[in-house]
Ligand binder design. Structure first.
Ligand code: PMP
Length: 367
């Protein structure tokens, strides 16, 4: 039978696996950091209205520059960060994965390298590979914080073209202090200079502030964001970035023409009209996240401090076996392959109760 490796695929893709969080049909799914709340009905109605309007023009290509959408995203960023962001600072694509891909196509590529401090979001490495960018796995401490000295050393040694800093970090949940990001930005500029991508996919769930204001006066700093988490719209596929206008101009060189469909633009605009309501769900999820942290600790688990909508907990002699035992109780969590640890996304209070019941039972079994 013909397999992938019988095809003339690129050498660097041979023997590799695609991104693949299991999509299993279980009662409680807490494995992909989705927002558990369906969009509110008035927003669903508004999406239908906006999409109906857009449908009348579907014989035409969409607005290639997504001007209305980028303007509204800029307004959202300005309102929530207190830092004035304009249309020229913002670019949008199909999920922040596509934003990251466009950044790597622009600033990475064959003969260039990117670094991330692992464990972190695995797609940074996978998209690097997909764009022919060499991947460097930078260090993290055992407690999952970034050691500035060790990270600076890695940057100075490898002189990467792109530096990824995920804050709050996925899968560990902890935020990266502002001073660390600034120190690594300086190190990256001294070494090359290179682009520093601050991946803020989960920033709305953080106890702290966005690092967005840091783009001022730092043209090589990019903040990437998504509507998949805080806006509860993972199915929409809408990610965006904020940076110096020159960065937005640069990604135009690689973006596909009309990459954001008129339906996507209409849907995202409708969601942005309902920002206030959607951010109330974020508050609810933050308090559920804090409850998960407290309850897991009270049950005797170790937990990494979380600024995201998920929690990394442990430790287990064999995390995969524990993952299976939790699944046997109807709850799907995530095994990211980090020995000793598992990750659970904050769900609805009922879903979190089901998860907590399952892990309390496991503790009892062990004692
Ligand atoms: N960055 C991080 C850190 C993530 O965890 C994710 C999603 N899991 C993304 C980016 C991509 O999100 P999306 O493509 O849905 O915007």
């Amino acid at each position: 039978m013909t397999g992938i490796d019988d095809l003339p695929v690129r050498d660097e893709l041979r023997g590799k696996s695609p991104y693949g969080a299991p999509q299993l049909d279980v009662p409680v799914r807490l494995n992909t950091n989705e927002n558990p709340y369906p969009l509110p009905e008035p927003l669903v109605e508004r999406i239908a209205e906006r999409v109906r309007e857009a449908a009348r023009d579907l014989n035409r290509y969409p607005d290639r520059d997504a001007v209305e959408l980028r303007t509204q995203l800029a307004k959202y960023l300005t309102d929530t960060s207190g830092h004035e962001v304009g249309l020229a600072n913002v670019w949008a694509a199909n999920g922040s994965n596509e934003v990251i891909q466009q950044l790597l196509q622009t600033f990475g590529g064959p003969g260039r390298t990117a670094i991330g401090f692992e464990p972190s979001y695995s797609m940074h490495g996978l998209i690097s590979r997909g764009t022919g960018t060499g991947w460097i796995s930078g260090p993290r401490r055992d407690d999952f914080t970034i050691d500035v000295e060790a990270a600076t050393k890695a940057i100075t040694e490898h002189r990467p073209d792109v530096v990824f800093i995920t804050t709050p970090n996925n899968p560990t949940g902890n935020a990266v202090p502002r001073e660390t990001v600034l120190a690594l930005y300086e190190a990256a500029q001294a070494a090359k200079p290179s682009m520093v991508v601050v991946d803020e996919a989960y920033i709305e769930f953080s106890h702290g502030d966005s690092l967005l204001p840091l783009i001022e006066g730092r043209p090589n700093l990019v903040v990437s964001r998504t509507m998949s988490k805080a806006f509860g719209a993972a199915g929409l596929r809408l990610g965006y970035l904020a940076a110096h206008p020159a960065v937005v101009d640069a990604v135009q060189l690689v973006r596909l023409p009309y990459h954001l469909s008129a339906v996507t633009q209409a849907t995202a605009l409708a969601a942005l009209e309902h920002t206030d309501t959607l951010l109330k769900y974020v508050e609810q999820l933050k308090s559920e996240r804090d409850r998960l942290v407290a309850e897991l600790r009270a049950t005797g688990y170790e937990v990494v401090e979380s600024d995201a909508n998920f929690v990394q907990f442990g430790r287990f002699e064999d995390s995969h076996t524990t993952w299976q035992k939790i699944l046997d109780r109807g709850v799907l969590v995530r095994d990211n392959g980090i020995p000793g640890w598992l990750r659970v996304s904050a769900g609805t209070p009922e879903e979190n109760d089901a998860f907590l019941d399952a892990v309390r039972e496991l503790k009892k079994e062990q004692s």
